[in-house]
Design a protein around this ligand. Structure first.
Ligand SMILES: Cc1cc2nc3c(=O)[nH]c(=O)nc-3n(C[C@H](O)[C@H](O)[C@H](O)COP(=O)(O)OP(=O)(O)OC[C@H]3O[C@@H](n4cnc5c(N)ncnc54)[C@H](O)[C@@H]3O)c2cc1C
Length: 400
């Protein structure tokens, strides 16, 4: 894609954000998730009409077929609003599930699940983390799936299954090979949410907000849920491998989305610093401590963007596996910048910053999880250090 084409794409995306996506923030806040169905559908229809739907998906699935780097760049524009990726049909966890089904799904799985998912007709969720096992060690889980004749029987208890409320199916990580080596015990299985035994227990309230529909995190139980054996994705025991593949590019997309959020917060912070007077004729922006916030934030956001673009290039040139250390580095690096920039923007707004009159408090609550999901900071730092130290002759072994 040429630079001009990329610029035009980002411009068109920006126009759609102005006309259809930012207005959704107030609408969803006022009417709730269910009550804003018409406006959400209208935003998605406008994106489809503009030909910008599902940027990461191939054209045969109604998407734009964008390569990795331009998609990551587009993500920074969409990330400026909580609803950007949703409106453009590339929101987590659906986007990751689409990638898995596209790469590893059988033809039948693609027809039944991928096609309607890519079209935005249904939603999905990814069910791996469990309340009773440390999610930081994904090779260690209790959920089991046993083959009984032609069916898998799934039993387990999960939580933080994002977007489960209203999803048509879950991709569930379950142990199918209990005697296998740690990294080859679990498999991924498609479980329709209307299958008998699937229980949506609750939307978990997070910092006072349980969200709704796509923007929620659920506790889920699987009570001997039976699904056809054909619902296995890839091979038996490949769940961990597929999860790594799914999460690698996903982490870059999160980083680009976070940079979008940083830019939005930065913009609000600067506008407020100029508009708010602390004494007649003396805007906040005249104070050096506020200038420090602005300068530090600018440098950090730019550093984050360049680092993420560099990692996107490494992935394009060498693949996700070769970029594991870089991906881990940007995951914790950008998540921390996000938190700092949001916090400074809130601080500059004073009391207004923590109200729901602005998007900042929602973003702050919603994105505190950035340092936890897709691997907590500490886990990524440990794996970066482990790989580096291996080069110095020290073998530290894995978590488990
Ligand atoms: C907003 C949000 C959305 C999520 N969405 C999903 C989803 O859709 N599907 C899904 O399956 N899961 C999801 N998760 C779960 C997420 O993947 C887990 O929370 C994550 O893997 C951490 O697992 P845990 O919460 O069990 O923390 P634990 O594993 O109990 O770890 C707790 C803390 O211990 C520390 N720690 C852990 N390991 C180490 C180590 N090796 N060295 C040093 N310190 C360590 C870290 O500080 C960590 O935060 C989501 C989480 C959040 C917050």
């Amino acid at each position: 894609m040429t630079d001009e084409a990329m610029e035009r794409l980002l411009e068109r995306a920006g126009e759609l954000m102005d006309s259809h996506v930012y207005p959704l923030e107030e609408t969803v806040m006022a009417k709730g998730w269910e009550g804003s169905a018409d406006e959400r559908a209208a935003a998605r229809a406008a994106v489809k009409a503009a030909g910008l739907w599902a940027p990461q998906m191939p054209e045969e699935y109604g998407g734009m077929g964008l390569p990795f780097r331009p998609h990551a760049q587009l993500s920074t524009v969409l990330g400026r609003s909580t609803f950007g990726h949703y409106a453009f049909g590339c929101q987590a966890p659906d986007a990751g599930n689409m990638e898995v089904l596209l790469e590893l799904g059988t033809e039948a799985q693609k027809e039944q699940w991928l096609r309607p998912l890519a079209a935005g007709e249904i939603r999905s969720c990814f069910s791996m983390t469990e309340p009773d096992r440390a999610g930081s060690n994904p090779t260690w889980m209790e959920t089991r799936a046993e083959l009984d004749g032609d069916e898998w029987v799934v039993d387990g208890h999960k939580w933080f299954t994002s977007s489960a409320d209203g999803a048509a199916f879950a991709i569930v990580m379950a142990v199918t090979e209990p005697e296998g080596p740690a990294h080859a015990r679990a498999s991924m299985i498609i479980v329709p949410t209307d299958a008998p035994g699937f229980e949506h227990v609750r939307r978990i309230s997070i910092m006072g907000d349980e969200g709704g529909g796509w923007a929620s995190h659920s506790e889920v139980r699987y009570h001997s849920v039976r699904v056809p054996k054909e619902n296995l994705i890839g091979g038996r025991g490949q769940g961990f491998l597929i999860a790594q593949k799914r999460l690698g590019p996903g982490r870059i997309h999160h980083c680009m989305r976070w940079i979008g959020i940083c830019e939005r917060a930065f913009d609000l912070m600067c506008k407020r610093a100029v508009a708010r007077e602390i004494a007649p004729g003396k805007p906040l922006a005249t104070r050096q401590m506020v200038q420090d916030f602005i300068a530090e934030s600018r440098a950090e956001i730019d550093a984050a963007r360049l680092y993420v673009e560099h990692v996107a290039d490494v992935i394009d040139q060498k693949g996700t596996h070769a970029a594991r250390t870089e991906i881990s580095c940007i995951k914790f690096f950008v998540a921390n910048i996000l938190q700092k920039v949001l916090d400074r923007a809130i601080q500059v707004h004073g009391a207004l910053g923590i109200t729901d009159d602005l998007p900042l408090s929602h973003l702050f609550r919603h994105e505190r999880g950035a340092r936890i999901y897709d691997g907590p900071d500490e886990v990524h730092k440990a794996s970066v250090a482990r790989r580096i130290l291996r080069g110095y002759g020290l073998e530290l072994g894995s978590i488990g």
